[in-house]
Design a protein around this ligand. Structure first.
Ligand code: HEM
Ligand code: HEM
Length: 152
């Protein structure tokens, strides 16, 4: 077998990425559903659903393991994977999307401006909804290349 610098992750890393990333996606999507379709009727008109703020508390909580597991990619995965051209494009796309989510997430939390917040929100959640597609693309790309390598 030819020597190959492997970017293979430990199974706990894949689990941590998938579970924390999946929880980020689910809490964000639940917030969207509650915010746009889940208002309750109050005494003085529509009111926000009481569960809505909890979804953001959950979003912020699962963000911690998500960022830790993403940070782990810089240690060996990205430098070793860099030589695999077929994964470089998908990997860079994944990094760009995560960077956009982190910057827009920070802005949602700390930029108070009433003109900036609405479009930051739309950028953040539309990119966020698409995150699993890029993640699965990158994952399957790696699997396919490994199978091809073995078949040689
Ligand atoms: C420029 C950046 C990146 C490059 C060049 C890259 C490269 C690679 C390569 C070469 C593989 C196949 C591994 C193998 O078959 O041995 C792979 C798989 C994978 N990558 Fe990346 N990657 C990058 C960024 C990321 C990021 C940011 C994440 C997560 C947030 C990630 C998560 C994964 C996962 C879950 C797999 C499948 C697990 C595995 O095959 O061990 N990658 N990547
Ligand atoms: C690394 C990835 C991510 C980071 C760093 C991140 C960060 C954040 C932060 C800091 C907030 C503001 C929290 C608050 O106002 O209490 C937020 C809000 C939100 N996030 Fe994320 N998030 C990420 C991924 C996602 C994903 C995958 C989705 C999928 C739908 C998503 C959907 C949302 C939604 C809907 C909001 C509320 C927007 C608003 O208040 O107008 N996020 N995110």
């Amino acid at each position: 077998m030819p020597h190959r610098r492997t970017a293979k992750l430990a199974s706990w890393q894949i689990w941590l990425l998938t579970l924390s990333g999946g929880s980020l996606w689910l809490s964000g999507s639940a917030w969207l559903l509650l915010h746009y379709f889940g208002q309750t009727k109050g005494e003085f008109g529509p009111e926000i659903n009481p569960i809505e703020p909890w979804m953001m508390k959950l979003h912020g909580l699962v963000l911690i393991p998500a960022l830790l597991s993403i940070g782990g990619m810089f240690v060996a995965h990205i430098p070793k994977g860099w030589t695999h051209l077929h994964q470089r494009v998908a990997g860079i796309a994944l990094c760009a999307i995560l960077g956009l989510l982190i910057i827009s997430g920070y802005m949602l939390y700390y930029v108070g401006s009433e003109t900036v917040r609405p479009w930051t929100s739309i950028v953040h959640w539309s990119v966020g909804l698409g995150l699993p597609v890029i993640f699965v693309w990158h994952y399957l790309n790696g699997l396919r290349a490994r199978r091809r390598g073995r078949a040689k």
